[in-house]
Design a protein around this ligand. Structure first.
Ligand code: CP
Ligand code: NVA
Length: 308
């Protein structure tokens, strides 16, 4: 039986997330001096490429006193169909925690179900919860309060969008998603959010409606990892959803632009917007490191040093 996992954002409560952010600030400001992961070894099992998530977790482990071990699934017996339930039980006899980037959420659920150590989702086809934990932190850092804020999502109803939808059930902001027809979010995730967040979550296929007076605009690639063969076909459906100067001019003047990166300049976002004064993308990427330290500490050390 696994310990505390983080497979989707709603695996944490609002007050636990608040406590993680409080600790994040202490890490970022250099006030967290203890090494809660001392003596712990954390595996990073990746089935897909990664720059930010892999590195920020690896460095977070090192800087909190632990030891990271990167595991490319291709180099393991997983690539020769060793059952996940065996892999999970073996890995959790060597490791104290497992950070996983994979395709199917079922893979994560199965690994977590058979793991005796905490499992963290570092992106699946369904969710990217660790990303949204640091994206929300980045918004709070600049704008302090999420209450009533209008946050827009432009583009694909994908893994990142799904974690934003879960976030809107935990925090009192307005989330409006503009997705092309046929590329809306997962129906079950959407229906659950409608029940929990009601009118605070909205879906449209009109990007102008979504960005008008928005205080934050998020976007992401039009074809995610694993969908590369659809990339060319998708352009025709997504073109009107490009985050460019025209759309940004409809938002609040100090609107924050977020993109989890990597970005495809000239597709979902223009170079002008990504490099412009509204863009927070590099702070957003940096914050993954600080947030991951607090998340790891919470899951592996119980957050006992968190001044809640
Ligand atoms: N944002 C993000 O998850 O980036 P990587 O794919 O580089 O980890
Ligand atoms: N939606 C993107 C996010 C990359 C960080 C993907 O899954 O490829």
């Amino acid at each position: 039986m696994s310990q505390r996992d983080f497979l989707k954002l709603s695996d944490l409560t609002t007050s636990e997330i608040e406590a993680i952010w409080k600790r994040t600030k202490e890490y970022k400001e250099g006030q967290a001096k203890n090494k809660p992961l001392q003596g712990k070894t954390i595996g990073l099992l990746f089935e897909k490429p990664s720059t930010r998530t892999r590195l920020s977790f690896e460095v977070a482990v090192i800087q909190t006193g632990g030891h990271p071990v990167f595991i490319s699934s291709r180099d393991t017996q997983m690539s020769r169909n060793e059952p996940l339930k065996d892999t999970a039980r073996i890995l959790s006899r060597y490791l104290d925690g497992l950070v996983v980037r994979t395709f199917s959420q079922k893979t994560l659920d199965e690994l977590a179900g058979f793991s005796a150590v905490p499992v963290i989702n570092a992106l699946s086809d369904l969710y990217h919860p660790a990303q949204i934990l640091s994206d929300l932190y980045t918004i709070r850092e600049r704008k302090s309060d999420l209450q009533g804020m209008k946050i827009a999502w432009l583009g694909d109803g994908n893994n990142v969008a799904h974690s934003w939808i879960e976030a809107a059930c935990l925090f009192p902001f307005q989330l409006i998603l503009a997705c092309p027809k046929g590329f809306e979010p997962n129906e079950a995730i959407w229906e659950k959010a409608k029940k929990e967040a009601g009118e605070r979550v909205r879906l449209t296929d009109d990007p102008i409606e979504a960005v008008r007076k928005a205080q934050v605009i998020n976007t992401d690639v039009w074809a995610s990892m694993g969908q590369e063969d659809q990339a060319l076909d998708r352009i025709q459906f997504f073109q009107a959803f490009q985050l460019n100067g025209n759309l940004l001019s409809l938002a609040e003047p100090d609107c924050m632009v977020l993109h989890c990166l990597p970005a495809h300049r000239g597709e979902e976002i223009t170079d002008e917007v990504l490099e412009g004064p509204n863009s927070a993308v590099f702070d957003q990427a940096e914050n993954k490191l600080h947030v991951h330290k607090a998340l790891l500490e919470f899951l592996l050390d119980g957050g006992k040093n968190f001044g809640r």
